[in-house]
Write a protein that binds this ligand. Structure first.
Ligand code: FAD
Length: 294
């Protein structure tokens, strides 16, 4: 199928893009940002999306950049999945994102799809939203009316394909905390074939002190609800299991209350297995890191 007719605009700068978005949003037009087009163009071809105006930001080199300091990496919204996956510096600085990016679709899709597009699309079965929630990243949303808003990834995803972005806003940058010494990561995806959307997936960061005690854990699940789901120790039993590094018990407890619409027992089992493996991988990497530091 072909998309419904639309007006196509290609701003030359972020400022121009924000002005165009503001003008059309103020006029009540259905205006959409186009980045890599790997989700939006499919929806338009199927006529599930019929924007009147398309603002193509794909050529804005200013958003295809990466900066890093001691604590964080600042990644532009137009950084492609393939760069996250293969760039040696990004692989070293945000290895969880690099590993997850390698699971997105196929190389052709990863060559075009962007970090900002993946987050803005807010698919609960997507890899990068889960990674950003698990790492405690911050999304920067920019508009001509209100300047820049910093929204924690945990608050950015609202529901299925729905985010905190307003029609006049652009997601411009994502600030991602780098792992500290003693922290290890794990990412596990269960899909029918590599590159298919996940049936279940989990990301985890385990933080170990030099004496081997658990300082903290952040873990999350994809394809387990209306948005990427952060799970954490909530009661004494969880805290005991955490101290004893009993990942199977934690994975069991943290998936017990989830509600799945299709084949719930099978889906819960997949989520539990993915979570246990991600936590175990994260612990193994944290252990190796803590030993290297000692
Ligand atoms: C065959 C196939 C398989 C795929 N498999 C996977 C998979 O396994 N995992 C996965 O996560 N994804 C998968 N994808 C989707 C892919 O990752 C997309 O690249 C991604 O979801 C959207 O990124 P994009 O840059 O292409 O965004 P676009 O398609 O251009 O835009 C997507 C949405 O985000 C909005 N948007 C884009 N950028 C911004 C911005 N900077 N600010 C505000 N709004 C913005 C658009 O308006 C639109 O609503 C697949 C796609 C295809 C075609």
């Amino acid at each position: 199928m072909k998309p419904a007719p639309f007006e196509y605009l290609r701003p030359a700068s972020v400022a121009e893009a924000l002005a165009v978005l503001a003008a059309h949003a103020d006029a009540g037009a259905d205006v959409k940002v186009l980045a890599g087009g790997q989700s939006l163009l499919t929806l338009m071809n199927l006529r599930l999306a019929r924007p009147e105006v398309l603002v193509d930001i794909g050529g804005l080199a200013e958003l295809d950049r990466v900066f890093s300091d001691e604590h964080d990496v600042l990644i532009g919204a137009l950084v492609r999945h393939r760069r996250l996956e293969t760039d040696p510096e990004l692989r070293a600085q945000v290895p969880l994102a690099a590993a997850a990016a390698g699971h997105i679709g196929h190389v052709g899709i990863r060559n075009r799809g962007t970090l900002g597009g993946s987050l803005a699309h807010a698919d609960p079965a997507a890899e990068l939203p889960l990674v950003m929630v698990t790492l405690g990243a911050t999304c920067y949303l920019e508009s001509r009316a209100d300047g820049v808003r910093a929204v924690p990834a945990e608050e950015f995803f609202l529901s299925y394909f729905s985010s905190a972005l307003r029609p006049d806003e652009l997601l411009t940058w994502v600030r991602v905390p780098r792992l500290r010494p003693g922290q290890g990561w794990g990412f596990v995806e269960l899909a029918r074939r590599h590159g298919d959307f996940a049936m279940a997936g989990a990301a985890a960061v385990v933080d170990l002190a030099q004496d081997g005690s658990v300082r903290g854990v952040r873990a999350g699940l994809m394809s387990a609800g209306e948005r990427p789901l952060l799970v954490s120790a909530s009661g004494p039993a969880d805290r005991d299991a955490l101290a004893a590094r009993r990942w199977d018990a934690l994975a069991e407890a943290w998936t017990a209350g989830l509600e799945f619409s299709e084949d719930p027992e099978y889906a819960r089992q997949l989520a539990r297995v993915a979570l246990r493996r991600a936590l175990t991988d994260a612990e193994t990497r944290a252990d190796a890191d803590a030993r290297a530091v000692a």
